[in-house]
Structures are given as C-alpha cells and as structure tokens.
Design a protein around this ligand. Structure first.
Ligand code: NI
Ligand code: MN
Length: 237
C-alpha cells in the first residue's frame, strides 16, 4: 500500500462496514452490519468499544446492528435527522443528527455529510418507515487524512464538488452493481473524486452483487489511483 494513513487504522468488515481507529484512540464504526453480514469474520462481529457510529442510510445491510450496538456501547450516533430520531426511539442514548452539507466534530474527527443518490426507507416490524435521505461522509482526522465513504449510491456529477471542497485521500466506493453503482460507474466516480486510493466495497456479499475489484481495477488503470485490495477483518495501517 502506497498511501500513508499516519496512524489511522482501517478495517473493512465486509460489505459497507468499516471499523476505524483514530490516532487518538477513538473507535469509529461506519454502517454497522456484522451479525447477518456473510462477509464479516466471526471474530470481528463484536467490539471492545465504539465511540462514534456513522450511518449512511436506513437499509438493513447498513444499520442491521446499529440499534443493538448503540444500546451496548453507547456511541455518538451520527446520521441524517430522521434516521437519528428513529435510532433514539429504539434506544440510542447519544444521537448527533445532521444533514447534507453540514460538518460537525464528533470525538476527535470532523465529519461532513455529503450527498448520495439512493433510497433510505427503514424496515421496522414489517413496515417501511421514512428514514430521511441516503448520504455519504467525508471524515477528517486530526492528522489531516481525509476519507470519503460513499454509502450506497450511483455516480453523480457533484462528486466533483466533493473533490473540489474536501479532496479526500481515500475513497470507499461501492462497485457491486444492482443496488449501487457497478465497476463502470464507479470508475467514472473515481475520475470525479480523484482520490489517492480507493477501497472498493459493497460487492460479492450476495450473488446479485456481481461487480468485481478486478473489473474495477482494469477500468481505472490509467487514472493513477491506487486500488487497495483488502480482505474483511484485515487492518490497514
Ligand atoms: Ni441501500
Ligand atoms: Mn446496501
């Protein structure tokens, strides 16, 4: 890996779920889905602590364990307003709702909520509840490293604004197709975002998600971006 994380530790837990340790020792969990996540190794499904939980949208493959983990570890739960209100109703004690374009300090990170083009209904007891809108996040660490987690999305032109305003170093973007962009759209996203490195996500979890890192890597081979091929449970440092 060429990109320097400077003390930030990133562990992909499969699908869109990431555990990140900050240089200051905080644990951030993005899109908590571990128990039913077929990609997540068994020994990674539990946590010593969670300081901050970031939720991109209300689909079960992103917030499947959000309520249980929020009750157990009492993290600050960051999400779009409606999703946070639902989390609070379900027992999350510390919520910090926000909306697109906003930035807040949580723990020792700066979090900006950015656009994603996707739906956001929450399945709750057989009903689908309005969960606000799907989003992505740009996280800035105390060492100035910037990470963009796209959530579930197609490619959209305003990814160039995310580049212009935040210039993320590392981008986690979905490549699996069907419910999100596949390799072709993801390679176009890479052209707009111009990160130093990309961690492909949201692929291979189910047979429907057919996009592969190999297809994606081939499409971005001329762009001078590093594609990080990691495995669920492996920590990048
Ligand atoms: Ni989704
Ligand atoms: Mn999804």
């Amino acid at each position: 890996m060429n990109i320097k994380l400077d003390g930030v530790k990133i562990t992909w837990l499969g699908h869109a779920t990431f555990r990140i340790e900050t240089p200051g020792g905080k644990t951030i969990l993005i899109d908590p889905w571990v128990m039913g996540n077929p990609m997540c190794p068994d020994d990674q499904k539990t946590f010593e602590k969670i300081d901050v939980m970031l939720c991109t949208h209300g689909h079960g493959d992103h917030i499947g364990d959000a309520v249980a983990l929020a009750r157990k570890h009492n993290p600050v739960v960051v999400g779009i307003y409606e999703l946070c209100m639902w989390m609070q109703k379900k027992g999350a004690k510390q919520i910090s709702p926000m909306n697109k374009g906003g930035t807040q300090t949580v723990g020792d990170i700066r979090v900006t909520m950015v656009h994603a083009d996707h739906s956001c209904g929450i399945e709750d007891d057989g009903q689908i509840i309005y969960g606000g809108e799907a989003c992505g996040y740009v996280i800035q660490f105390e060492n100035n490293l910037k990470i963009y987690h796209a959530g579930d999305t197609n490619v959209f032109g305003d990814m160039s604004i995310i580049h212009d305003l935040y210039a993320p170093d590392v981008a986690m973007i979905p490549i699996g197709d069907h419910y999100t962009m596949g390799p072709r759209e993801a390679s176009y996203a890479c052209r707009l975002l111009r990160p130093k490195a990309i961690i492909p996500m949201h692929f291979g979890t189910f047979p429907l998600l057919t996009g592969t890192p190999a297809q994606f890597t081939k499409l971005v081979s001329e762009m001078g971006v590093e594609v990080i091929h990691t495995e669920p449970g492996k920590t990048l440092t």
